[in-house]
Write a protein that binds this ligand. Structure first.
Ligand SMILES: [Zn+2]
Length: 78
């Protein structure tokens, strides 16, 4: 079994661990509703991708919810 020749100093250990951290995901804004989304993915809020409807969330909602969503999106991009 390999055995370390010298012990790792605190400074060296901390320097190494200073590079261990998570980065926030690179977000872009949706072309349709303008909310922040992950790139190359369908917008989870409006179902659009590259300016086309891919998943029609509004169709699945009830009439009342649909009206509310429509109003919200109109407020965001008139
Ligand atoms: Zn969207």
């Amino acid at each position: 079994m390999a055995v370390p020749k010298k012990r790792t100093s605190k400074t060296r250990q901390l320097k190494r661990r200073s590079q261990i951290f998570l980065e926030p995901p690179p977000l872009t804004s949706c072309q349709n509703c303008g909310r922040e989304i992950l790139p190359h993915r369908i917008c989870p809020f409006c179902g659009y991708y590259k300016g086309r409807i891919i998943v029609d969330f509004l169709e699945k909602l009830s009439k009342k919810e649909r009206k509310k969503e429509k109003k919200e999106s109109e407020v965001k991009n008139p």
